[in-house]
Design a protein around this ligand. Structure first.
Ligand code: SF4
Length: 288
């Protein structure tokens, strides 16, 4: 098939095992890097038992500093059939996962829908996306998604272009948020504090980008007051970050505190704020 699924619209030729000319490099067959219980999402997602994460290989955004560079920029992992993918959902549910969490699923959305048609878990389904996802993609899975866990990485098209080759990212991510909020405009939790439905918007603070983090926070809280905001501070210079000296370092304490103080002073309460100590390689899943 010729693929124009995501905002890249590469018109790439995707065959069962090959992708010719596509940004995401992903073949038509689904390749996954990891499927297991995961404990390092937001507390309302990971809970006590863990989130049933399925990490898809490849990525249609492809940030130069990606902490999962090995799986997002290379197609490493295991090819699974649609039936096997449905079995993975079932196995994770049987292991006690609080939800099924599709991590970077954008380039496989039609296949994921096919798997959900075979087996729809009786626990919430989470769409965990880079935010670079268009309305058509979201529409395909709309009837299945309970929780949108969306990144909002950049307010600046220049930074999006420089670090993710996607100048249109801010506009696309705003559209994705609009869609998510229309679909799940209230956050619903159970008696244990686990999210059953809703929207969480994530922003990862990067070096030299405090103003961007603040403008993302202001935008999200003004436009989506019932959503949760998750301020992530786990940035570490991975991937090709060494080629970009200005981001080839950790976020400083001063940068972190500037953004955290802004959030706290805003009085907005639907918020997760990651500790600065979260910037540690030990929190990156083992994809071997
Ligand atoms: S899903 Fe992959 S091949 Fe298809 S348009 Fe997006 S980047 Fe290109």
């Amino acid at each position: 098939m010729n693929c124009n699924l995501c905002p890249r619209k590469c018109n790439a030729k995707r065959t069962a095992d090959c992708n010719i000319g596509g940004f995401c490099k992903s073949p038509e067959n689904v390749v996954i890097s990891r499927a297991d219980l995961h404990f390092w999402e937001e507390p309302s997602i990971s809970g006590k038992n863990g989130s049933g994460t399925v990490f898809f290989s490849g990525c249609s955004l492809g940030c130069v500093y990606c902490q999962n560079f090995e799986i997002s920029h290379k197609i490493s992992g295991k090819t699974v059939s649609i039936t096997q993918l449905a079995e993975i959902f079932k196995n994770l549910e049987e292991k006690g996962a609080h939800n099924i969490n599709f991590v970077t699923p954008e380039h496989y959305i039609p296949k994921i829908k096919e798997a959900l048609e075979i087996y729809r878990p009786d626990i919430p389904i989470v769409l965990n996306s880079s935010g670079y996802i268009n309305e058509n993609q979201m529409e395909i899975l709309k009837d299945y998604i309970d929780i949108y866990l969306l990144d909002f990485k950049y307010m600046s098209g220049n930074r999006a272009k420089k670090y993710s080759f996607a100048e249109d990212y801010p506009e696309i991510a705003k559209g994705a948020l609009d869609f998510a909020y229309r679909s799940q405009s209230e956050c619903v939790f159970d008696s244990n504090g686990l999210m059953k439905k809703g929207v969480i918007v994530r922003h990862m603070l990067m070096p030299l980008a405090t103003n961007e983090a603040i403008s993302v926070f202001d935008y999200v809280t003004e436009n989506y007051p019932n959503a949760y905001f998750s301020m992530m501070s786990q940035y570490l210079p991975h991937g090709k970050a060494e080629k970009y000296p200005e981001i080839n370092r950790r976020v400083t304490k001063r940068e972190y505190e500037k953004v955290v103080n802004h959030i706290l002073e805003s009085g907005f309460e639907n918020c997760y704020i990651q500790e600065r100590t979260s910037a540690d390689d030990k929190y990156i899943p083992d994809f071997r």
